[in-house]
Structure formats: structure tokens, C-alpha cells
Ligand binder design. Structure first.
Ligand SMILES: [Fe+2]
Ligand SMILES: [Fe+2]
Length: 478
């Protein structure tokens, strides 16, 4: 709090300094010089000087450089008023001297000061007589009144500004983020208590923070058992050039992330124990998957990433989905056998062969990737010939890339629910593995309810599949 108060105090001084500077730099002069006449000059000369200089007052010269005093138009009028010889002049009619109201005399006096200032400037040295358009108000502007109003406004605005600065200071000081502002020369101009604390324990200095901002980096710093995220922004403001460094304590999020990662690893280890031997595991781990972008115009794909151990992850993700549905009782349905689906998951892509591609490669997928049914047949053969997998599982593996209408005529009908379920899980796991999709499955009787959300909204899906009839019902995405 002491830091904040000190800062606010510094800011007050700066505001006051800048106000003084503003006054000095103002283009409007605070006074106009007036003409000096000799005390020996005649009243006629004085009148002529007033008229020629459009002035209302004259300075009267004295000894040396020192003026003796002043004389204004009222003093001259008084001379005429008191002199009996001036009676003929006094008897003249006002109507012979009147200024008729012109366009330049109109002014809405209740408007903002800025408008009145412009009106006055436009009138140059003419008397500030005004009249409103509706003739409701007229008169001569009061310099004292206008000045008092301007000063009042200025004071109010200054108070409001200081109040906002105080509030801003409190918010920044108490904010759960650390903030530091660094000048281009590397001086720390502002530091809230949290930023001060983090800088102290992380030993970061001003040039580290400028570097982070210039390189547009985000750094995670771990120290004293806590984690902090730091990033910076270059200020584009002409009046406040520099860098803003932002610190956030992400210890809790980081701990949670580590816990989830650990739980995920444990779950994976548990699922991996289902694999029959190390050779199967090694084979699955050796097959990559690719992330890509499809160009509908050319029919080609651009490789955007390589997922190491892609098929292994894909199998684990299918097993996870099986476990989720099994928990909901789906594998108690006649014709849906958990053990068969698990075995099919383990072996179905075992003989998959992927091309060697690099991120950035653009290829025609029909040329670079072999048709899916080839690895399905090979995998089925390996499962049967080497691992003595039963015929039901082998049939599911063998036809996992076949559409239902392309299945051989003698495909056993009783296998269709599992075939449909397996193809569903295979596809969903591909989305999880290759596109980071989130999948929510709900089993109800023979129905599997699916909600898939991908980081590519184009792939979002919401539907139901009836495992017995094969019917699919599309649901609204919301
Ligand atoms: Fe496959
Ligand atoms: Fe697969």
C-alpha cells in the first residue's frame, strides 16, 4: 500500500507540474499591451488614441520609465458629462450612433465555454455585446463570470482525474495480477506489489522484461514452489512509450494440470496392460499418425503435424471409450461383448503402414496412403495367424474399413452391433488423437448418444446410433 500511495503522490506532483506547463504554453496571452500617452497630451489626443488603438484604457507616462497612471473611456465620458460646454454634444440623439444588431452579435450564452471562446475570438476587438437568437438573453459578457466558471470546471476536472487515479491505483494494487511498466530506457516506472514480489523472487530485471515483450514471448517461471506466467506488451501510446509486463500466479492451474496428466498416464498404463505382449505394444508405438489440412479445391492434403506413437494413442483412446460405455452397461447388451471390442481395438491397426511425410508436405491422400481395407485385412490375418484371435474378433478387424453395404453377404448378422460400435469408436478415437476432439458418450439400451467437439468446428457432431438397427439420428449441435 505504501508503494501505491507514493506512486499516487508522485502522479499528483506530475499533474500539477504539467498544469503549470500547460498554462505557460497556452497560445492566448493573459494581457494586451496598451498605449502610453503623455500627461501633457490633450483630451482630444487621448480620444484619438483610444479610437485608433481600439482600446478602452490608456497608460499615462510618468518620470523616466515609470508610468504615472491610467485613464479609461469612462473618465473621458465623465469629462463630457460634467462640462457645460459639452451640452450640445450631450443633447444629440442616440439613434444617430446606434450599431444595428448584426449576425456576429448572436450568441447562445448558455453553451459550453469553448463555443463562447470561439465567438469572442471571431469578434476580434469589438465590444463583447451579444444577443440570443430568441432575444431572451442579451448583454455584455462578464469576464469575471466566465473566468470563474472556467476555473471551477478546471478544478472539478482535476479533482475527478485525481479521484480516478486513486481508484485506478487501488484496483491495480489489489489486482490478482502483477503489473510493471518499463520505460524504453529500461527504468521501471510502475510496479504493483504483486509484480514487485514476483520480480524479487524470480530475479527478473527490467531488460529481461523488455526482451520478453519485444520477442512477444510467454514465459512460465517456477520458483519457491510456485509457478508464474509472464508476458509483455509494447505500449503504442505516444504519451506513455514503454513496455507493460504482466505476471499471473498459475500455481493452482499448473498443479491441477500435473495431476490430470498423472492420472491420464496412470489410466493409460492400466489400459496398456491389456496389450498381449511387448511386440504388439512396440509395433503400435512405431506407427505415426498425421495431422493435416484438406484442400477441397485440389483434393490434396497438407501435413501440419506428425503424431509420434499415433496408432498406440489411437488404440488407448478406443479402450478409454470402451471403458466409458462399459461403465454405462452397454457391454451387457446381447451381441456386444467387451472382450471382443477390446481385442479388436488392440489388433485392428497393427499392420497399418504409413507413408513417410514431413510437416508442410502436400500430397494426394489417394496416392500416398494405401486404402484402409488393406491394413484391415493384414491386421486380421496377423491377429488370427500369430495371436490365435477368435473368428468373431477377426471379422470385426477385417471389415473395420468396410461400409455396411459393402460387407460380404455371409457376414454374420449377430456381429453387426459390435461392427457398428467398433467403427463408431474407431472414428471417434481418430478425432481425439488427430484433432484433439472431446467426445461425450451416453449409452441407453441399444442407443449410443454421441457429442463430439473439435477445435475445428467443422468436425463437431451430435447424433445417436442404434447398434441393433444401424439407424443414425442427427441431433442439433447446440
Ligand atoms: Fe484402421
Ligand atoms: Fe483405427
Amino acid at each position: 500500500m505504501a508503494t501505491r500511495s507514493r506512486r499516487v503522490e508522485i502522479d499528483r506532483v506530475e499533474v500539477e507540474k504539467s498544469c503549470r506547463k500547460e498554462t505557460k504554453n497556452m497560445s492566448v496571452n493573459r494581457y494586451n499591451n496598451i498605449v502610453t500617452i503623455s500627461p501633457e497630451a490633450s483630451i482630444g489626443d487621448a480620444i484619438a488614441t483610444l479610437i485608433n488603438t481600439s482600446s478602452f484604457v490608456l497608460q499615462v507616462a510618468g518620470e523616466g520609465d515609470k508610468p504615472a497612471g491610467w485613464l479609461d473611456y469612462l473618465d473621458i465620458l465623465k469629462i463630457f458629462q460634467g462640462d457645460p460646454d459639452a451640452a450640445p454634444i450631450r443633447s444629440r440623439k442616440v439613434k444617430d450612433y446606434i450599431h444595428m444588431i448584426g449576425n456576429e452579435d448572436y450568441l447562445e450564452v448558455e453553451q459550453e465555454l469553448a463555443g463562447i471562446k470561439t465567438w469572442l475570438q471571431d469578434r476580434a476587438k469589438k465590444l463583447p455585446y451579444f444577443i440570443s437568437q430568441d432575444k431572451q438573453s442579451s448583454g455584455v459578457l462578464s469576464l469575471e463570470g466566465l473566468l470563474a466558471e472556467a476555473l471551477e470546471k478546471h478544478t472539478q476536472e482535476q479533482e475527478r482525474r485525481l479521484e480516478i487515479e486513486d481508484l485506478f491505483g487501488i484496483v491495480i494494487a489489489e489486482a490478482p495480477v502483477g503489473l510493471a511498466f518499463i520505460s524504453p530506457a529500461g527504468d521501471i516506472k510502475y510496479l504493483n506489489p504483486l509484480a514487485a514480489h514476483i520480480l524479487e523472487i524470480t530475479r527478473l530485471n527490467a531488460s529481461d522484461l523488455i526482451n520478453i515483450a519485444v520477442k512477444n514471448e510467454t514465459k512460465i517461471i517456477r520458483t519457491n514452489g510456485r509457478s508464474y506466467k509472464v508476458w509483455g506488451i509494447k505500449s503504442g501510446k505516444e504519451k506513455a512509450p514503454g513496455y507493460l509486463a504482466i505476471f499471473v500466479d498459475i500455481t493452482n492451474e499448473q498443479d491441477l494440470f500435473e495431476k490430470v496428466k498423472h492420472a491420464q498416464l496412470e489410466a493409460e498404463l492400466a489400459l496398456a496392460t491389456l496389450l498381449p505382449d511387448q511386440r504388439v505394444e512396440a509395433r503400435l508405438r512405431s506407427i505415426v499418425e498425421y495431422m493435416d489440412e484438406y484442400d477441397a479445391g485440389t483434393g490434396k492434403i497438407k501435413v501440419t503435424g506428425v503424431i509420434r506413437e499415433g496408432v498406440y494413442r489411437h488404440v488407448i483412446n478406443i479402450l478409454r471409450l470402451v471403458a466409458e460405455l462399459s461403465k454405462q452397461g452397454l457391454t451387457e447388451l446381447p451381441g456386444v461383448d467387451k472382450e471382443t471390442v477390446v481385442k479388436a481395438a488392440i489388433f485392428h491397426d497393427l499392420a497399418k503402414v504409413q507413408p513417410y511425410l514431413q510437416p508442410g508436405d502436400v500430397v494426394d491422400p489417394r496416392e500416398s496412403f494405401e486404402p484402409g481395407y488393406l491394413h484391415a485385412f493384414r491386421s486380421a490375418s496377423l491377429a488370427k495367424g500369430i495371436y490365435n484371435i477368435d473368428d468373431k474378433t477377426v471379422s470385426i478387424i477385417k471389415y473395420h474399413h468396410h461400409e455396411e453395404h459393402d460387407l460380404p453377404e455371409d457376414y454374420p448378422l449377430y456381429l453387426l452391433p459390435m461392427y457398428r460400435l467398433f467403427r463408431l469408436l474407431d472414428g471417434l478415437s481418430a478425432g481425439i488423437t488427430r484433432r484433439g476432439s472431446r467426445v461425450k458418450l451416453t449409452a441407453s439400451g441399444t442407443l449410443v448418444h454421441v457429442r463430439e467437439e473439435s477445435s475445428f468446428p467443422l468436425y463437431n457432431r451430435h447424433f445417436e446410433l442404434d447398434l441393433y438397427s444401424g439407424r443414425t439420428g442427427i441431433k442439433p449441435l447446440l
